[in-house]
Design a protein around this ligand. Sequence first.
Ligand SMILES: NC(=O)c1ccc[n+]([C@@H]2O[C@H](COP(=O)([O-])OP(=O)(O)OC[C@H]3O[C@@H](n4cnc5c(N)ncnc54)[C@H](OP(=O)(O)O)[C@@H]3O)[C@@H](O)[C@H]2O)c1
Length: 313
Amino acid sequence: MFPYLKEYRMADLRAMLRNQRRPHRRTEASLAGKTVVIAGSSSGVGLAAAREVARAGGRLVLLARNEAKAQAVREALRRDFGADPSLHLADFARLAEVERVAEELLDAHERIDVLINSAGVYTTRRQLTDEGNELTFGVNHLAPFLLTVRLLPRMREAGRGRILQVNSQGHRFGGLDLRDLTWRRRLFLGLRAYGASKTAQLLSVWELADRLEGSGVTVNAMHPGEVRTGIGLNNGPLYRWYQRRLVDPWLADARVAGESLHTLAAAPELEGVSGRYFNKTHLEKPAPHALDRRVGRDLWQRTLELTGVDDDI
Ligand SMILES: NC(=O)c1ccc[n+]([C@@H]2O[C@H](COP(=O)([O-])OP(=O)(O)OC[C@H]3O[C@@H](n4cnc5c(N)ncnc54)[C@H](OP(=O)(O)O)[C@@H]3O)[C@@H](O)[C@H]2O)c1
């Protein structure tokens, strides 16, 4: 299933399989007084995280693209937890919208303590964004990267903050080719494009963590578990049937992901931990190809070019 399996050490494979079965760690830590921004909060993992943040007393800032859906989520959070979330809208397939919403967030919120990037897509068909990026790469890697970098100054000023990139064991599918980020020269395979986007995100987490050392701001990536969400449901009726009938019955409730994100966002024992990959809440070694720092440095440069960010981070 994973194309580079022979590059794994046996001990790492065993640890990975163990983590897949281990229950996630939970925390009682409060988020009272903390502002938590969640991108992709209208569904699945992001929505589950929003519910746990509300339960823990955090001040919620929801980011979504679909206003009606997000308003319904906001209502439910009010009803169930007495929360009063703010809401900002942006389509992550448009980097210009990410720039705009980042400015909006900086204007509206004096502090940002936690940023959870959970917006994500899986598509079986090659699609390009208006800006010419492959959709999966744009939504799963470029957009959260840009949002993170734009919100960073607010966290740096405060000398604290936790950034959590919702990544995936799917990074193990590989597929990142810096010479062909738009899949023009290769046969497009959805799982490999998904793997490429998640590999790119991991490589950029290591780079960013280095740049944040000593700042009090941490950045980590996590796999949220195999949970029942809306991922992939954009892929047409046949895929939806397959997902709902054959895959979903085997998956866990998304609450697992929400509770794991609460732990990573709030647990005091994780203060200062940065540049790591967690399987739910368990530290894990990512695939060897996602640890190649030489590729990571090239990817970083390409990411800066594609997002229009200066490397003064
Ligand atoms: N489910 C799993 O088992 C699993 C496993 C590993 C990793 N993950 C990761 O978890 C993250 C969340 O996925 P999920 O499983 O919770 O799926 P989901 O239920 O489909 O949620 C995805 C979220 O991303 C948003 N989104 C998608 N495209 C967007 C765009 N162009 N602009 C702005 N927002 C957009 C969706 O908004 P709408 O509600 O408007 O569609 C939704 O809020 C993803 O990064 C995924 O790779 C999930």
